[in-house]
Design a protein. Structure first.
Length: 576
């Protein structure tokens, strides 16, 4: 389509669609030609101008060129379809209503009604100076373009919920204006979501997100709530406090029934209620997220509320993380040694020990390893702690050898994180070399679950360590999911039975038969078996009769400080 402008230039609007970012387009609508030409002459200095002689033609132009029109200058008084009716049509059309309109009028009384219909500004007849008209047009276009930018960033493009930034801003405004209303911070998380992309494709996964978002939107309509899509599969909601969330959670879960089986995806919901607004908004959502994350690996649990116990644990963990560097420097971590006894002969003989870590915290007292090791694994500190232990054990083994004239083998734990460290073998090799230890006496314990995480990579690492002379023990055997076929292919030198197998053994019961089966497998593989967690004489007698090689547990001894273990070594010299 071609238009001739007042200065004789020709504009091809098919071409104009490609250059619309450089020149904005204004539609002038007036039934009087002289008015159209007058406005056109002023506007063409900065804009491409389209013309319409009545309301019907204006609507046609708008619908054809809605993607390039930046402003409409609209006369109110026109035959057939007047300016008011054109405004009504524009406001009722979702595509057209984004375009700002400046009304042309001679009546002040018309301004109120025009504003109510959505007019951005007015030009009065007779017209103002050209500079004033251009300034008003520039201002109207800028305001509406800025509004479009804000609107585009205000909402998540996929779900239509608020974006993160605007969500927090609206939450803050809610706290300011509705201080008497108790509000809950709510986190909704979709578990196993990454598998939807893998199995059903991106489009289906997006459909699931939109379905949940729609369900959230409906559920919070009567709860004075707002919501955002916080990350790929996590939603944040700020809503009026309620005591029971079962109905709310049920609505979200029901929304997915037509799309997925319960086994394919699950919804977790964490809540932090702070009706007194005692904490910052960010703190409340951090705590709601912590409550939500507490549901990991809890089958059948979908809801968790942040509690005082969670707060205490959070502060406890924060203290441990804060004090870690100081603890390493000051050697607050102590290595304890739990003896292992060979029971193949008539009399049990001390054969080796397992190194276990304890934290003598100056404020918190003795901190159990099950409280800080998982925390350090999660926060990337466990490798530094492991290296500390490996070095301490190496120096202690050297000291005992110099004192007693022989080496007591000690096993150290290798975490899953360590297995991904390319310097693992070099570091451990340096420890034994610096302390004059034979690699065969420095045992390496690797949990069964580590083997199943990335079996080939772990196998390669273990083979590399064994080639240097180290002996590798599979720790906690029976707690993971390794198959018998996998077990036959894994490079191991010792099997350590998980203590869960030992707890309930009795003559001829299932647990005892399982232990006997594992012992038979170990004999077939020609590897010795260590039973850990042995606490009673009855357990000891059953395991000895079944052919177990080595026993570790409170039946013989609790973990001992290095000085106490030295006494045990000294007493065992005659039996060596």
């Amino acid at each position: 389509m071609v238009f001739f402008l007042a200065d004789g230039c020709i504009i091809d609007f098919d071409m104009e669609r490609n250059v619309k970012d450089f020149l904005r387009t204004v539609l002038v609508v007036d039934d009087e030609e002289v008015n159209r030409q007058m406005l056109g002459a002023i506007l063409e200095k900065e804009y491409i101008v389209l013309y319409a002689s009545d309301g019907k033609e204006a609507i046609e132009q708008l619908r054809e060129y809605s993607d390039i029109i930046s402003l409409v200058v609209l006369d109110l008084i026109m035959p057939e379809i007047d300016g008011y009716e054109v405004m009504n049509i524009i406001e009722s059309d979702s595509e057209l209503k984004r375009i700002p309109v400046i009304m042309l009028t001679t009546e002040k009384s018309a301004e109120v009604r025009s504003l109510q219909l959505g007019a951005a500004d007015f030009l009065t007849k007779p017209y103002d100076l050209p500079e004033v008209i251009l300034a008003r047009v520039r201002h109207a276009i800028k305001l509406y373009e800025d509004a479009l930018i804000i609107q585009a960033t205000e909402h998540d493009s996929l779900t239509g919920l608020y974006s993160q930034e605007f969500f927090y801003e609206y939450c803050h405004q809610c706290d300011v204006h509705y201080q008497s209303v108790g509000m809950d911070a709510v986190v909704v998380d979709l578990t196993r979501f990454h598998m939807l992309n893998e199995m059903h494709g991106r489009a289906f996964a997006d459909k699931v997100l939109c379905t949940v978002a729609d369900a959230i939107r409906v559920a919070i309509t009567d709860s004075q709530g707002i919501a955002c899509r916080y990350s790929s599969n996590t939603f944040y909601i700020y809503m009026a406090h309620r005591e029971n969330y079962s109905l709310f959670l049920g609505k979200l879960q029901d929304s997915l029934v037509p799309l997925l089986k319960p086994s394919e995806i699950a919804i977790r919901l964490g809540v932090c209620a702070d009706t007194e607004h005692a904490y910052s908004l960010e703190q409340r959502f951090d705590r709601a997220l912590q409550a939500c994350n507490s549901l990991r690996n809890q089958f059948g649990s979908s809801f968790s509320a942040y509690t005082a116990q969670m707060y205490e644990k959070e502060m406890f963990n924060a203290q441990l993380l804060l004090d870690f560097d100081t603890a390493i420097k000051q050697k607050q971590f102590s290595v304890y040694y739990q003896p292992k006894f060979n029971i193949k002969g008539e009399k049990p003989v001390l054969s080796s020990a397992e190194a276990l870590i304890r934290w003598n915290h100056p404020k918190l007292g003795l901190v159990r390893p099950d409280l800080f090791i998982p925390l350090f694994e999660e926060n990337g500190l466990v490798s530094r702690l492991d290296r500390y232990v490996w070095s301490e054990v190496g120096m202690q083994m050297k000291e005992w050898r110099e004192k007693f004239g022989f080496t007591v083998p000690v096993s150290v734990n290798i975490s899953r994180v360590d297995m991904n460290d390319p310097e693992l073998a070099d570091f451990i090799t340096a420890v034994v070399k610096e302390n004059g230890i034979e690699p065969k006496d420095y045992f390496l314990e690797i949990t069964e679950s580590a083997y199943t995480d990335n079996s080939q990579q772990i196998v390669d690492v273990v083979n590399g360590l064994r080639s240097k002379g180290f002996r590798v023990e599979m720790d906690d055997f029976g707690s993971g999911y390794s198959s018998l076929n996998m077990l036959s292919m894994l490079p191991i030198d010792v099997l350590k039975l998980d203590r869960a197998f030992i707890m309930n053994i009795a003559p001829n019961n299932k647990d005892m038969r399982m232990v006997e089966l594992i012992l038979d497998i170990a004999k077939f593989l020609e590897v010795p078996v260590v039973a850990e967690g042995v606490e009673t004489k009855a357990q000891f007698d059953l395991l000895k009769a079944a052919g177990c090689d080595i026993i570790q547990g409170f039946y013989f001894s609790k973990p001992l400080a290095a000085e106490e273990f030295a006494i045990l070594i000294d007493g065992s010299k005659n039996g060596r």
